[in-house]
Each structure stands twice: as structure tokens, then as C-alpha cells.
Design a binder for this molecule. Structure first.
Ligand code: SF4
Length: 284
């Protein structure tokens, strides 16, 4: 049996930075609050909770310093923290902060923002908050008609189209081009591809591997947007795709039937999770 492991598998720079800095901060402080789960991975969170990390869902509930995770936060969160003098440890990924900056800047110049991303994702909620009222989220082509209607209602003729960092590149290009074609020359349209390079490379590698294996294993949290995308990409190319969070979910009897297996993990998946899976397959 041959096992091909994605070279870009596992923690991205933003997640690595957030985890390292959180561990460092926990050495100096017995307890630190984190607004939302630091990463979309239960095992990682449980380890950090044992070291004193406390997950809160609202900045108002802060009882100590508060970590802002790599996904970033809303403008309002920063305002409340300032008002209440809550000390923040801001671990927002610089790539997410760049999106906030672009959106805020274009909103001030009178642009309507179209954010292409996944509904209800924390990064998306944070980014949209920097646009004010004139902004809309779109995740699928079927929603284009509604987006156009909303824009027409505002009479705004300047449009910013921007992406969630972990969005699917192909889908982003399709949706943004279709919107551009429909709106036509009457509008000034700025398209900013803010998809993180790490995400793009990982998606491309997943695409390549899944085309050349009998079975693909995707490792990562079920609530992780970027891992979910890897699963969707693999499904397009391979009939047998397993999406597991830990080794315990692996259907080893099924896996044993295949000769060539590909493994890829999402940006919030620790290397140990992948190693455990490889050891289990090799052991069998
Ligand atoms: S996927 Fe990219 S943008 Fe998102 S946290 Fe990682 S490095 Fe930052």
C-alpha cells in the first residue's frame, strides 16, 4: 500500500502563531479568556484548556485578558474592549486584518462591499462589520440574483468584491466574474482576491493528490471551513473520501481495501492527528 501525505497538510502560519503565542501567554497568566474557540479543532482546544484557557462567547463576559483568535473579530468587539478597559491579546492573522483594512477603506470611499465567503463563519462576521451598512455576503452562485437586487436598491455604483481567506478560489473567480458581467460598465468594480496563499496551495495539492489515489482521507474539525473545502475538492476527483476529526473515526476496514491512499489535513489540524492516522494504517 502506498500513502501520499500532503506537504501542505496541517497548521498554517496564522494558526501556528496563534497557538504558540497562546501557550506563551498561558505560562505568564494562570487564566486567559479566548473569544470563541482558538482553532476549529477539539483536541487542540482541550489541551489549551488544561493549561488555563477559558473560552467565552461574548467580550462582555471577560474576566481576564482576552485572546482574539486568528479569525479576527468585529469592530464592535474592539470598541467594547476599549470602553471596558479589557486587555486584548490580538492574534488575528495579518491576512485577516488586511481584509478589515481594505473593506473599511473602500467603505469610507463610498463603495458597496460584496464579501464572498461562508455564511456565519467568524472571520466573515468580523470582516463584514468593517463595512457598515452597505455590504452583503454571498457564498453560492444561486445567490447572485439577490445580491444584484440589494445593490440596485442602494443606487451605489462603486463595488468592492473581496474574499474570505479560506474560500474556494475557483468559486470566488466564478462568482465575482458573473457579478461583474451582470453589473456591466455602469459600475466601477474592484475585485480583490484575498484568498490566503496557504489555502490556495493546499487546495491545489488536495486536487492533485485526490486525482491520483483510490481513497482520500481528509483530517480536521467538521466545523473548520478550510477543511470542509478540502473534502469538497476531493469528492470531485475521488469516489472514496473519508472526512475524520481523529484516528478514532477512521473506518480502517474500508481503508484496508485500497492500494493508494492520500492524506490531507486542514489548517487547524495538529501534526499528531495525521501521524496517528498514518500509524494506524501502517499498523494494520
Ligand atoms: S489560513 Fe491563511 S489567512 Fe487563515 S489563519 Fe491561516 S495563514 Fe492566516
Amino acid at each position: 500500500m502506498e500513502i501520499i501525505i500532503g506537504k501542505t497538510s496541517g497548521f498554517c502560519a496564522g494558526v501556528k502563531n496563534a497557538i504558540t503565542k497562546t501557550e506563551e501567554a498561558l505560562k505568564q497568566n494562570k487564566k486567559i479568556d479566548c473569544l470563541g474557540e482558538l482553532v476549529h479543532n477539539r483536541q487542540v482546544i482541550e489541551k489549551l484548556e488544561k493549561k488555563g484557557l477559558n473560552i467565552i462567547n461574548n467580550i462582555e463576559d471577560a474576566k481576564s485578558k482576552v485572546i482574539i483568535r486568528a479569525h479576527g473579530e468585529t469592530k464592535k468587539t474592539y470598541e467594547i474592549a476599549k470602553q471596558k478597559e479589557i486587555e486584548l491579546i490580538d492574534l488575528s492573522c495579518p491576512k485577516v486584518l488586511k481584509i478589515h483594512e481594505i473593506i473599511e477603506d473602500y467603505s469610507k470611499k463610498g463603495y458597496f462591499t460584496i464579501l464572498i465567503g461562508q455564511k456565519d463563519h467568524p472571520e466573515v462576521i468580523g470582516s463584514l462589520s468593517f463595512a457598515g451598512e452597505n455590504a452583503i455576503l454571498i457564498g453560492k452562485e444561486e445567490e447572485i440574483e439577490n445580491v444584484i437586487k440589494q445593490i440596485e436598491k442602494t443606487q451605489i455604483k462603486k463595488i468592492l468584491i473581496i474574499a474570505q481567506t479560506t474560500f474556494d478560489l475557483e468559486k470566488f473567480e466564478e462568482i465575482s466574474q458573473k457579478i461583474k458581467n451582470i453589473l456591466g460598465n455602469e459600475y466601477i468594480i474592484e475585485i480583490k482576491n484575498t484568498i490566503c496563499l496557504a489555502t490556495k496551495i493546499r487546495q491545489e495539492e488536495t486536487d492533485n493528490i485526490s486525482k491520483n489515489v483510490d481513497c482520500m482521507i481528509i483530517v480536521g474539525g467538521k466545523n473548520s471551513s478550510n477543511t470542509q473545502k478540502l473534502y469538497e475538492i476531493s469528492l470531485k476527483n475521488c469516489k472514496n473520501v473519508e472526512y475524520v476529526q481523529t484516528v478514532n473515526e477512521l473506518n480502517i476496514n474500508e481503508i484496508k481495501k485500497f492500494n493508494k491512499i492520500g492524506i490531507m489535513a486542514g489548517a487547524s489540524t495538529p501534526a499528531e492527528s495525521v501521524e496517528e492516522i498514518i500509524n494506524k494504517i501502517k499498523g494494520e
